[in-house]
Design a binder for this molecule. Structure first.
Ligand SMILES: [Zn+2]
Length: 480
């Protein structure tokens, strides 16, 4: 009898624990990554919109922290020691070092440190997707040369019965959507292999982005005889199969078809490939020019109207949510503002703010969806960046280190200067709301007092690997 009683109590405890876990865990997890957007990119767009400190993510209920993004090592095979290269680990002391290195304007020790220790989107995407640091260029691939099979948040979510989606404003096989979409490759540039894995592996239900082989950067159809680039869509054969409906994917291309997916019934597996080459809008005006985001012109190109036949990231967001929300087990969705980074590389402030604005509209769309679909008890939302890009500071920041960017009012570009055409190791924002968001407080790695002062938050920061930990604990507990 006693054994029975113990058994009963144990069973009751298990039931209660499972109930408590499922009651507190998230049904849905949404991560939104503004690629390349450090704190000053977010601030610049908020200022331009006249909403600094008043955006949807500044409302009560949001957790606001910093996040570190450094890689394990800067290049494959470059790590001669075991584990983390210590000089890459974010150090507030080094980051804010205002000592000049030479007579050259803007040559401060802090800027140099931040520029020379940065991650790329592949290594940081891997950290967000698996909780593990790796070398720059790796897509869910370890520094000891192994694929991290089954270990990505996309794969874990699928194992727990959830629907899984990944969407972006750049080609959908690019580094960030590849990493968050659970692909594995030793190098991010192997687009054909990555795209095929995303289509064939079975854990993705929704994929959306740019990279259409038949259109140029302005959304104009390529002449019949012109050579096409099929790499981003998995090669010519794969694309042909998709077009002919021979794969288990519903191919969606026109703006109207993306819009139609925002309401009503949806197909099981949706592959959205917008009718444009490199980016939804950021590269418009460059026609058939090769994708060259390393080019760094000083000024914005003259104003070019938005390309008409292409959906916005916020339209894709609404479409993806509507496609994924039929599953009673919930979903995992990763949304990337991918072209913010491309505008930062090119030092184009207008395009950068334009892209960040589309990202913010997408955040608003997600918040609206959450508030009309079970509220903040059911969905965990995380907003962050994979790294900073452009190292933006204020108008006098070539002579005064870390001179803050200046608000010039709504509709006006803030006064700011780019110090780089590449990435930086600066802290990025980490904003979160919903079940699990309070866990970030337990994972804090350090305090950056200067950051607290400049960007109006506590100055406490977590690491990008902690984002995975929080997402995973929500996804796993919800499935118990
Ligand atoms: Zn970049």
């Amino acid at each position: 009898m006693k054994t029975r009683k113990v058994r009963f109590l144990l069973l009751a405890a298990v039931v209660l624990f499972s109930f408590a876990a499922s009651a507190w865990a998230a049904k849905n997890v949404v991560i939104m990554i503004s690629d390349g957007a450090g704190f000053n990119v977010w601030a610049a767009a908020d200022m331009y919109e006249g909403r600094l400190g008043r955006q949807v993510y500044d409302q009560p209920g949001w957790v606001k922290l910093g996040c570190t993004t450094f890689p394990l090592t800067r290049a494959r095979g470059g790590n001669l020691i075991e584990g983390q290269e210590p000089q890459l680990v974010y150090s507030p002391e080094k980051a804010w070092d205002a000592a000049p290195r030479s007579e050259k304007p803007g040559d401060f020790a802090g800027y140099y440190y931040l520029k020379s220790t940065a991650t790329d989107s592949a290594a940081s995407g891997t950290a967000l997707a698996t909780g593990r640091k790796t070398y720059n260029g790796a897509i869910n691939w370890s520094n000891d040369d192994r694929p991290m099979r089954g270990q990505t948040i996309a794969e874990i979510a699928k194992r727990k019965g959830k629907s899984v989606g990944v969407i972006t404003s750049v080609p959908w096989s690019h580094a960030t959507p590849a990493a968050l979409g659970g692909a594995h490759n030793w190098h991010r540039n192997h687009y054909v292999e990555i795209a095929k894995e995303m289509l064939d592996a079975g854990h993705l239900d929704v994929i959306m982005g740019a990279g259409h082989p038949d259109f140029d950067n302005d959304g104009a159809p390529l002449p019949e005889k012109e050579k096409r680039d099929y790499n981003f869509v998995g090669g010519e054969e794969t694309w042909k199969s998709l077009k002919e409906g021979k794969m288990p994917w519903k191919l969606v291309e026109s703006k109207a078809d993306f819009e139609a997916l925002t309401a009503g019934p949806t197909p099981d597996k949706v592959l959205g490939t917008a009718r444009v080459a490199a980016t939804l809008q950021e590269k418009r005006g460059s026609g058939r020019a090769a994708i060259d985001y390393k080019k760094t012109p000083d000024a914005d190109p003259p104003d070019v109207p938005f390309t008409a036949g292409v959906p916005t990231l916020s339209t894709m967001t609404k479409a993806a949510l509507n496609c994924l929300d039929d599953n009673p087990q919930g979903f995992f969705l990763a949304i990337e503002g991918g072209a913010v980074d491309w505008a930062c590389h090119a030092n184009q402030p207008r395009r950068m703010i334009e892209e960040q604005a589309d990202f913010i509209r997408s955040v608003e769309a997600v918040v609206q969806w959450i508030e009309s679909h079970g509220g903040w008890d059911e969905t965990l939302l995380i907003l962050t960046a994979d790294h900073d890009c452009g190292l933006i500071w204020g108008p006098d920041s070539k002579t005064v280190a870390f001179d803050p960017i200046q608000d010039r009012g709504p509709g006006k570009l803030p006064a700011m200067v780019y110090h780089s055409g590449g990435h930086s190791n600066s802290l990025v924002p980490l904003l979160s709301r919903g079940p699990g968001s309070d866990r970030f407080a337990e994972l804090v790695k350090g305090l950056d007092r200067r950051a607290a002062n400049v960007w109006a938050f506590s100055g406490r920061y977590v690491d990008n690997t902690d984002v995975f930990k929080v997402m995973k604990s929500e996804v796993v507990e919800a499935g118990q």
